[in-house]
Design a protein around this ligand. Structure first.
Ligand SMILES: Nc1ncnc2c1ncn2[C@@H]1O[C@H](COP(=O)(O)OP(=O)(O)OP(=O)(O)O)[C@@H](O)[C@H]1O
Ligand SMILES: [Mg+2]
Length: 316
């Protein structure tokens, strides 16, 4: 089922979406020109730098109508952030149907949400010139993937990405949301900083496999959020156990308890343990995440358990 508030791009909308990207491009022009070595330019540059420094960090401004922002992150790629973010958003909605939930794909270079949520098309633009999220399974979604073709690479530098992120946050008509789940790209760079410095975040959820190399990056991710004063709600240990569908034998492909040890080391909670299961992968690839397509399965229940804990932590 693909539902959505409008997948049609009128000429005007196409123009506006084009402008969104165009503005990002223009923003890539360096604020200060380093090309001239002339004395007066140096002086100007110095003054401009002093002015920028005196402004300090950007002020966080809440997103109008959005009560809680949750970010799903990890320093490492491919550990299951997007899968967790999608099932977490659906898990929150399943736990309390009265709550309005949104999902923002902050992975500008490799957006996953359109496919996982079975959504495509350009967002319409509201009277207030804001993009209207696409909706499926009751979740309002926004992604760079709605604005560019699936196969088109986004070839942008840091400043353009940061400006695109700001627009994906602020130029969207989120309406009234109880929770906005943000699916972060891998790493601890521009996007993570941009999101955490732009808006108040109720908590970060760090996803990791139990493998040493993933844990190292997960630790970096958690430390980064601590540094920018974002509360880390806990760790999700993903793909910890594989149960053979034929003989039920359990194998810990990426290790058994690595994330648990990291959580203990860093004084963090373990929010849940998600097994490595073909149904989790297949349902996401099909755009029917397990929490909606097979809510009675133990895998879906694992995600819902995480959602319940997070709701409890945030509302207490
Ligand atoms: N628990 C799981 N069981 C089986 N497959 C999983 C599980 N979690 C994630 N996957 C699969 O692993 C792959 C990577 O997952 P996902 O895209 O969620 O990772 P990611 O951390 O968001 O990656 P990226 O860093 O590229 O954004 C996907 O094919 C997904 O379906
Ligand atoms: Mg991802």
């Amino acid at each position: 089922m693909v539902a959505g508030r409008g997948l049609v791009v009128s000429g005007l909308n196409a123009l506006r979406v084009g402008r969104f990207l165009q503005r990002g491009r223009r923003d890539s022009a360096p604020a200060v020109s380093f090309s001239s070595a002339a004395g007066s330019h140096k002086e100007k540059l110095k003054n401009r730098q002093a002015e920028l420094m005196s402004r300090g960090l950007p002020k966080q401004k809440p997103l109008p109508g959005v009560k809680h922002v949750l970010v799903v992150a990890s320093g490492k790629g491919g550990v299951g952030k997007s899968t967790t973010a999608v099932n977490l958003a659906l898990g929150i909605a399943a736990t309390d149907q009265a709550k309005a939930v949104g999902l923002l794909d902050a992975d500008v270079y490799g957006p996953s949400i359109p496919r996982m949520m079975n959504l495509k098309g350009n967002p319409e633009v509201s009277d207030r010139n804001l993009m209207i999220p696409l909706v499926n399974y009751g979740i309002q979604c926004m992604s760079m993937g709605f604005l560019v073709e699936e196969t088109t690479p986004v070839v942008w530098r840091g400043l353009m990405v940061m400006s695109a992120i700001e627009r994906l946050l602020r130029q969207v008509d989120w309406g009234e949301l109880d929770y906005l789940v943000v699916d972060m790209p891998p790493g601890t760079g521009d996007v993570q900083l941009s999101v955490s410095q732009n808006i108040p975040i109720s908590g970060a959820v760090i996803v990791s496999t139990p493998q040493d190399i993933a844990l190292l990056d997960a630790r970096r991710g958690a430390e980064m959020f601590k540094k920018v004063s974002v509360p880390v709600l806990g760790l999700v240990q993903n793909m910890s156990v594989f149960r053979c569908p034929k003989c039920d034998h359990e194998t810990h492909i990426f290790g058994a308890d690595g994330a648990k040890q990291l959580a203990a080391d860093m004084g963090l909670n373990i929010l849940g343990d998600i097994p490595l299961h073909i149904n989790i992968r297949e349902t996401c690839d099909l755009g029917k995440p397990i929490v909606v397509s097979n809510p009675e399965s133990s895998e879906a229940k694992a995600y819902v358990g995480i959602a319940q804990q997070i709701i409890g932590m945030i509302s207490s």
